[in-house]
Design a protein around this ligand. Sequence first.
Ligand SMILES: [Zn+2]
Length: 252
Amino acid sequence: MIDTHAHLNFYHFQNDIDEVIEKSFAKGLEDIILVGTNVETSKIAVEMAEKNEKLFATVGVHPQEIDEAKEFPKIEALANNKNVVAIGETGLDYYRLGENLEEGKRAQKELLLSHIKLAKDRDLPLIFHNRDSHEDFYQIVKDKDVRGVIHCYTGNVDFAKKILDLGFMISFTGIITFDRGENLIEVIKKVPLEKIMVETDAPYLSPVPYRGKRCEPWMVKEVIQKIADIKELTFREVEEKTSSNAKVFFGI
Ligand SMILES: [Zn+2]
């Protein structure tokens, strides 16, 4: 099992990070991808990856951290580290833009383009986060010829098809185990296993039956089991394929 998107670099884990990592590997995880969301969390991800060969880092500025856009040169510098396996998370998130809508969208688009350029320069894949922004996002990435994954996929079947046509991967979180994840069943049925990765987005989105608890990487097994149930495959089949997909995608 590989958790392709966890934020063990967040303060939520600062008191027991060693135990969480140990527990995750004891429960069968092979690797964990630590995802940066600003300069600080990107830096911590890189430092953690340097200390443990089963941890890898990504560096980027989350669209909701747009105030840090001017710090992007620091992200470019961090991207030189050999343990950095992707750029992101980046994308467009229009959910909480409120007033200044147009200005906020413009700033996010510019920041997304900076990430795309960095990924191409370093020949690294991208981790994309999108919320209420699918069409704008698609218009930006469609002709950029980049490798990417849409993390925490919550879109519909049509958008999944457009994304797959670009050669992107699709990654699912514990949301697929929620009641409100019902609409994702159809998506999971239609997306080939070769295009699927799994993640927790820890400390958020704990899958059933761990709702209400802090999410930890080993809980990704519930995401794998749900995909296996929907696709009528064994846990083992989904585990092996999603792991090998992640190894190829991140080059680990
Ligand atoms: Zn995330």
